[in-house]
Design a protein around this ligand. Structure first.
Ligand code: HEC
Length: 456
């Protein structure tokens, strides 16, 4: 996958984004209910306040009990060993984050005590059939998802920079993880019983079901997003491929992504508009009408009991862009929103685990998508002591870096696909279409081979 935004641009953008963050009122506002929440790895101030016994890796604000009330439970220990990190200044990171804080250059899993612990825990898990310790289907699916994220994060096609560091250690973890992942797989009947966390979030009525122009900062989660009779339309590209090819490639098949549009005036107007888009040259793309809404949904791809991948009902994030004024500068003409998920909430039965990202919430927006690959939690050139901000950025003001349009404000996916000479189409095939694109990705090939080699 070619690098769309070279590193220099990303750095320049970081600077602009942090300035913008201070003034920007146009990002999604927090539900007051959400504001007291503490999430490790998302907000430096809150992390520092955690204080407590930082020498004890187990005091991660409940994160040592994500999968079971006993912090010594094998699942909790494995989760902690893979996800939780500590920087030199004693701060703990990575508790309830959606993606492990593992960058392409990271090696914390491959060295020293951590490496030995991870191997020992995985061996213990596989020898003792640790998958049988928990019967709750949602927990099994979620835990498998977490392990798949780690597998994906440590598995890169060799084109990503030639020689891989710690190739042996990497392979040792990959092999073991493949066994664990396969064994956690659910059968067809169990998969059917998995709840839809998106529906639960909508049913909770905690969030507005529509974008409210009078209250643009209020988080909205469109309850009718997947209703074929509703106002949202799934988009695809030439040959019914997903429109989100950059996400697909950069996330290396961790999840599948789908883009939906809610077009002013309805589906007929949308079809007419798409005809114009497909006929136009990249320099003369028609301007979107004011009020066009886009959503990109991230859905977990899991492995069933036969070792085959499937698109699960578990929604990991819902990001939205509303084009309120397409004649204005992109910084003021768009409203960005982002729902992420929390294991704690999901497993506690709260709003399907989905929560809006708070207005100034910090995080690592380039952890996976367009990532320069540097491990921000290790000392590096820009931060030799390993102290300081650790490269956290305001998440919502990072959106503009990749969504600043080109001339008239336009959908990023439209610009990209048209510049590749591909068309934008509507789609009625849902998630299967995205799975086709995933099958051929490097990480899935490695995982399948390892699972087949290990057998059941
Ligand atoms: C590192 C670049 C990058 C960042 C940061 C980013 N996006 Fe995107 N986004 C993309 C790309 C690229 C696409 C086009 C789809 C593809 O090729 O995967 C896209 C597509 C989308 C779409 C579908 C509509 C469209 O414009 O194509 C939405 C909605 C969206 N992003 C929301 C967000 C939100 C909200 C944020 C901030 C929380 C954000 N994005 C941050 C790169 C980014």
């Amino acid at each position: 996958m070619k690098q769309l935004f070279p590193a220099q641009w990303i750095l320049l953008f970081f600077f602009m984004a942090s300035t913008f963050a201070r003034n920007n009122q146009n990002t999604i506002g927090g539900n007051p209910e959400e504001n007291g929440t503490i999430f490790l790895g998302t907000h430096a101030q809150e992390q520092r306040r955690l204080g407590g016994d930082l020498n004890n890796e187990k005091t991660q604000h409940g994160c040592e009990r994500l999968y079971h009330s006993n912090p010594e439970h094998l699942w909790n220990r494995l989760y902690t060993a893979l996800f939780i990190r500590r920087t030199k200044d004693g701060i703990l990171w990575g508790c309830d984050v959606s993606d492990p804080l593992f960058w392409r250059e990271s090696d914390y899993l491959f060295t020293g005590e951590r490496y030995r612990t991870v191997l020992a825990l995985l061996d213990d898990f596989n020898q003792s059939h640790g998958e049988r310790l928990v019967t709750d289907l949602l927990k099994r699916a979620l835990f498998q998802r977490d392990l798949l994220q780690v597998f994906s994060a440590i598995t890169h096609a060799p084109t990503f920079g030639g020689q891989q560091n710690h190739a042996r250690e990497r392979a040792a973890i990959q092999q073991r993880l493949a066994v664990t992942i396969r064994r956690l797989g659910l059968n067809q009947e169990q998969i059917r019983q998995l709840p839809s966390n998106f529906d639960e979030a909508v049913r909770s009525k905690k969030f507005s079901p529509h974008f409210d122009p009078k209250n643009p900062g209020w988080p909205f989660l469109p309850g009718d997003l997947f209703d074929p009779k509703g106002p949202w339309t799934l988009l695809s590209s030439t040959n019914r491929e997903t429109l989100a090819t950059n996400h697909l490639g950069d996330f290396n098949g961790r999840s599948n992504f789908q883009i939906y549009v809610n077009f002013p005036g309805g589906k007929e107007k949308l079809n007419k508009f798409l005809k114009m888009v497909n006929a136009a040259s990249i320099d003369s793309l028609p301007r979107l009408p004011n009020g066009t809404q886009f959503v990109i949904v991230r859905r977990a791809v899991l492995v069933n009991s036969n070792g085959e991948m499937y698109s699960s009902p578990f929604i990991e994030s819902v990001r939205s862009i509303v084009h309120t004024d397409t004649a204005a500068e992109p910084e003021v003409g768009q409203v960005f929103g982002d729902f992420t998920f929390s294991r704690k909430r999901l497993l506690a039965g709260q709003q399907g685990g989905l929560r809006p990202v708070r207005p100034h919430e910090m995080g690592f927006p380039f952890l996976v998508l367009q990532s320069p690959g540097i491990d921000h939690l290790e000392p590096h050139e820009d931060n030799p002591e390993g102290f300081g901000s650790h490269g956290e950025r305001p998440i919502l003001s990072s959106c503009i870096g990749c969504h600043s349009g080109n001339g008239p404000v336009n959908a990023t996916s439209f610009n990209l696909r048209r510049s590749e000479g591909r068309t934008i189409e509507t789609s009625d095939t849902g998630s299967e279409q995205s799975l086709e694109g995933l099958q051929s990705l490097y990480r899935w090939g490695v995982l399948r081979a390892l699972m087949e080699f290990a057998g059941k």
